[in-house]
Every structure is written in C-alpha cells, then in structure tokens.
Design a protein around this ligand. Sequence first.
Ligand code: ADP
Length: 570
Amino acid sequence: SNPVNSTTLVDGSFLTAKSLAKFGVDHMFGVVGIPVTSLANRAVSLGIRFIGFHNEQSAGYAASSYGYLTGRPGVLLTVSGPGCVHGLAGLSNAMANAWPMILISGSCDQKDFGRGDFQELDQIAAVKPFSKFSVKAKDVREIPTCVAQVLDWAISGRPGGCYLDIPSDVLHHTVSESEAEHLLVEAKNSRKRSDIASVPIPNIQEVVSLLRHAQRPLIVCGKGAAYARAEGALKKLVENTGIPFLPTPMGKGLLPDTHELAATAARSLAIGKCDVALVVGARLNWLLHFGEPPKWSKDVKFILVDVSEEEIELRKPYLGLVGDAKGVLELLNKEIKDDPFCLGKSHPWVEAISYKAKENVAKMEAQLAKDVVPFNFLTPMRIIRDAILALGSPAPLLVSEGANTMDVGRAVLIQTEPRTRLDAGTWGTMGVGLGYCIAAAVACPGRLVVAVEGDSGFGFSAMEVETLVRYQLPVVVIVFNNGGVYGGDRRSPEEIDGPYKHDPAPTSFVPGAGYHILIEAFGGKGYLVGTPEELKAALSESFSAQKPAVINVTIDPYAGAESGRLQHKN
Ligand code: ADP
C-alpha cells in the first residue's frame, strides 16, 4: 500500500468513507446528489458496496432491515434537506423495530445556514424524535470520532437508529493524509465495547423455579431473540423442558413452524390460558395485546427477557431479566441442567395445545386445498407455500406486506429458519417491501428472496424493481393484485356522493394494472397469472432462475376484508 504522506491532502468525503470502511461498514444504501456524491464514490473505491435507490424512503427501509439481518448497523446515505426528510422513514422504522441503523446526511454549508441556503434544514432537530443518538461533524477533524460514535450507539443496549450530519463545507475541507491516519487511530481507540450479556442475572433460580412449577407455561419469542441469534439456546430450552413456544410474526423461524411444540396454530388458547409466560425479545405492545385480558389471563405471570431495562420497567412484569437473549437463555439452560424437568407429550397442557393446533391446521388445510378461481387469497398462498417448502434449505428470505396478503401469509406460509421473515413489523409500515428485498439479497448472498405483497404495498416503491434489475438480485416479487387498498370499491351507496362521486374510490387503483410489465421495462422478467397452473409455472421458472422477477397475480377484488384483521382500528 501507499506510504502515508504528510503533504497529500484528503477531504471530508474521503475521511468519512475511510472511517466507515475502517470501522467495518461493508454496505451502504442511499440516493446520491449534492453534497454526498463524492462520499459515495470514495466509499465504493474503499471496498464498500453502495446500493443506489430511486427514493431515500426505500433505501432507509433497506438500511433498517440490513441492521436486523446482519446485527451490524445498516447505513443510509442521503443528500441534505429533502433527502434527509425522506430518510426519516427508514430511521423511524429502525427505532420502532429496535434495529440498528445509521442515517448519514449531507447538510448545507454552515456559514450559509439561516439565510435560506439550498436544501437548508436544521437536520439535527428533524431527526430528534426518530433517533437514539445524533451528532454533527462541525469540522473535518471530528469525522472519524463521529462515525465511530453513531456506529457504536446504534448497536448498544436496545438497537436503534442514529444520525450523523456532515455539512457540505466539512465534506470539502481537507487535512493531511498523515493527520487523517492519526485521527482514525484515535477514533478507533475511543470506541466503546458492547457490554450486553455481561450484566449479572440475580434471579435466574427464581425464573427456573417458576417455570418448573407452572401448570401451563409458554415461551414467547420475538424478533429481539432473532436479532440476538438466540435460536440455538431457545431450541435447547424448549426441547429440554417440553414447554410450548409461540413466535411473534418475525420470531417465526427461530424454531421451525412445523416443530411439535409450536403453539402458533393454537395462539388464542396458548396466550389465553398460560399461567407463566417467558417472553424473550418481544414487547408486550399491540402485537401481543399489551399482555392484558381478555386475550391473556389476568393472572398470568410474565417473565420478560429484554436487553432494555426501560422496557422491563415499562411493563412491570412478575420477573424481569435484563440482558442479551442468547446469554440469558444459556444461563437458564445451565441452571436447568443441574435439575432437569420436562413436561412430556402427555402433559395435559402440551396435549391441549397440540390438539388445538392440529384441529386448526386441519380446518385451514381444508380451506387451502380448494382451487378457487378467480383467486381468493388462500389458493395462491398455498401454492406459494408449497413452492417455497420444496426449495428446502437454505430457506429463502420472505418479505411480506399488505393487509390481507400479510395476514393470510402469516398464517399460511411456513418459516423453518431464523430471520427469514420480514414484514410490516412493530410500526405496521407499508411500503417496506422492495427495500427489504434489496437488503435481504445483499445481506444474505446465495439465498433467494421472495416477496409476497399486496398491490398497494408494492406500489409504494415499485420503481425499485429497476434497482433489482440493475444489481441483478435474486428477488421474486409476487404481487397480489386486487386493484386497490383492501381491494375493490366497498363503499355503501350513501357514502358515494358529492361533486367527485364519479372518481374512483380512495381505495382503488387501475383495475388489472400490469405490474409485471413494469419490471420488463428494465429488462427483468414479468409474469401475469390467474390460475393455479400459471402460478406454479411462474414460481418454478423464477425460483430456479434466481433473477429479478415480478409475478402479477390476479386476485378477486372482493376476496379480502377491509383493513385485513385490524378492522376495529379503521
Ligand atoms: P416482536 O415484534 O417480535 O414482538 P419487538 O420488536 O416488540 O419484537 O421486541 C423486541 C425486543 O427485543 C425489544 O424490546 C428489544 O429491546 C429487545 N432486544 C433487542 N436486542 C436484544 C437482545 N440482544 N437480547 C434481548 N433482547 C433484545
């Protein structure tokens, strides 16, 4: 390599790229423009893969899910002002889901701030509600430390979004190469170590005793456990104790959905009747009905395992264990090993759950077995499920969004491996699909990515199919096309009046939209399907091609329900 030169100058763009590369960043997502184009080019020249998007919103969703999938902060790069604002979508999504991500935005020249400069915005103030830490590099010399800080903050404690602001003058200022090297070493030495897992757990024996003496224990596992890569420890705990488990939507796959102790298909019974619930890396928020009656029994004793002490304080569980999910489960396993217990298949609780799950699965299978044409949601979902299962291991990564499409997909599609499901998540974010697909493809090379989306969810970022084609990513996007948000026009006659009564309904899109043609405009492969045979052929061809494809599935516009399963909220 070149000897470090004390007279050669490097600028802020280079120093930022160099800091990112030195501190382990290998991918960036974003949209270039003033003043960050040179930063992106520098990053590429230093070995970082830059994935250029059409819109910062999608790029931000990509960065957030990249953080979840890899355990390392996903990085979003945007221009100043409006670029930063578009990026807030991804940053807020990272915060809501507790995923590590950093947003780096250029900002206007410091000396012109406050005088109406090009794309002027107080970006530090704008990101405040959506980030756990933010910092502005006010001088080129501050860059390496600022980069180290945002990267460290994003993964420390509860993961989340962080923001780095770099004004355009700072990107253009220079220091000597030797000073740059010195600054990088200094920043590296100042990095804080991640301290999770080292917190002592005083009440581990109490937890084991509670589980041991419970009549109807349940283990609930969420995406925090998936993030912590706790699947091995979880498997051991479940199989050694014989306690049934219930995954949250993105916790699906930590243990296979097909596991005999999976309570997924007996969810209402499991949460309604359990007397002790060990909740690992999942919040008792809306997705888990706040842990309250009538869904949960009023006497249930919660044991929460979470890396965030505030989370445990908020929920006031019977017992709380602050720590890394994997570390805590390993401690539990160790404690149990000395005096093992196992419920066994004939335990009344295990039997009740298994019986109910089998009954519900059989009911669902009877519905799924029918070939309904024009398609309802179930028939194509079954065909997709079977095509995915036929691929075996490594299982493809599944991306799912849309109201009915996601609800039906969650019930029908089967996850057999951890971190293989990305959906609208804690924030119920629609429009994440293409960003998640792109992140999944680059974060997990060699694996197929399959998106199963509603036409409305797809439409938020449909232009990113060009990004799929440009980078030749192995992504098959299956669009459930029912012509609108929730499908056809469901208004009652008295709701249709006024001067714009001849406009399409607020929920409607162009009927029969040719989404498959969209990807062909860029050289990808499109399929239009409306029958089981057509869908099977398209899946088989696109899954083996491992190339960008869109399968436009015509669905009966009146097949779904408004707001999916959240009708009470609309
Ligand atoms: P889900 O949507 O699957 O229910 P949530 O996002 O609500 O999951 O909850 C995930 C929880 O996991 C968060 O409260 C977060 O603080 C926690 N968490 C994140 N990382 C870890 C970790 N390494 N160990 C334990 N808990 C973690």
